[in-house]
Ligand binder design. Structure first.
Ligand code: CAA
Length: 257
């Protein structure tokens, strides 16, 4: 559901969430994050949606946590609110999330981008974790996810200088999937989302789950997890349809069953 802070729509089987605080470069206040996570969870349950696109505007995906809001907090008040717990719910979303990013993607904005499974960036994107310059550090996964995404050395440089990297650097680092002109980033993300929306939904969701386990489990545990997901998919109608369609040399029609 659209609110003042997020705009929501669907295009075929793609759910699209647009962050909508342009006057503060989409700074992520608590209300925005709360509404965003609620909407992600709603879309995750919506049978008509198979892939989610998360975007901002061409000037800013998000310039980080709302500094004005954070400046009011004490160590105790922020701990009691447990304000980052809501972020943990994002990692439980089972449908793929594609980030369509442009402009400032900083701090919490970078952390939000790293919660996406794939990212299409405009040429004007700047990605960074500038928290160190404020006397703090990332709190929504920046140190953990960035190291896993780009390796210790590059992550350390970004985290300790606080300086942003360009879209082309992010591409070279493997932090984004593709860089396109600013006029094209949104449509490119929708195109990718629609392509994935045509795949069998149960397979897509278990592949996402298993791939994310690779960041947490040992190789032996991960291989076992993958195998169990594989076995599970053999019970699906979609795998019968997929294999039958291959044998009959026709296009498969997947229903997510
Ligand atoms: N929080 C609150 N307001 C923000 C904001 C933020 N993170 N980022 C930008 N804004 C506001 C500015 O205060 C300004 O508002 P006013 O017009 O009312 O003055 C408006 O957005 C436009 O910003 P600027 O005038 O600063 O625009 P600019 O083009 O000159 O600079 C910028 C852009 C380099 C992104 C600069 O705004 C900036 O450095 N922003 C802060 C980035 C940052 O430090 N993010 C990390 C936050 S901490 C965090 O995210 C913790 C975590 O791990 C979750």
């Amino acid at each position: 559901m659209s609110t003042e802070l997020i705009k929501v729509k669907t295009d075929e089987q793609v759910g699209i969430i647009t962050l909508n605080r342009p006057q503060v470069l989409n700074a992520l206040n608590l209300q925005l994050i709360d509404e965003l996570v609620n909407e992600l969870e709603r879309m995750d349950q919506d049978k008509n949606i198979r892939v989610i696109v998360l975007t901002g505007n061409s000037k800013a995906f998000a310039a980080g946590a709302d500094i004005n809001e954070m400046a009011e907090e004490s160590a105790i008040s922020i701990m009691q609110k447990d304000q980052f717990a809501v972020w943990d719910r994002m990692s439980l979303i089972s449908k793929p999330i594609i980030g369509a990013i442009s402009g400032f993607t900083l701090g919490g904005g970078c952390e939000l981008m790293m919660n996406c499974d794939m990212v299409i960036a405009s040429e004007t994107t700047l990605i960074g974790q500038p928290e160190v310059k404020l006397g703090v550090m990332p709190g929504a996964g920046g140190t953990q996810r960035l190291v896993r995404a780009v390796g210790l050395r590059k992550a350390m440089e970004m985290l300790l200088t606080g300086d942003p990297i360009t879209a082309d650097q992010a591409l070279a680092y493997g932090l984004v999937n593709k860089v396109v002109p600013v006029e094209a980033y949104y449509n490119e993300a929708i195109k990718l989302a629609k392509q994935i929306a045509k795949q069998p939904p149960l397979a897509v969701q278990l592949i996402k789950k298993a791939a994310h386990k690779a960041e947490d489990l040992t190789l032996t545990e991960g291989m076992q997890y993958e195998r169990n997901c594989f076995y599970l998919l053999l019970a699906s109608e979609d795998r019968k349809e997929g294999m039958q369609a291959f044998i009959e040399k026709r296009k498969a029609h997947f229903q997510g069953k």
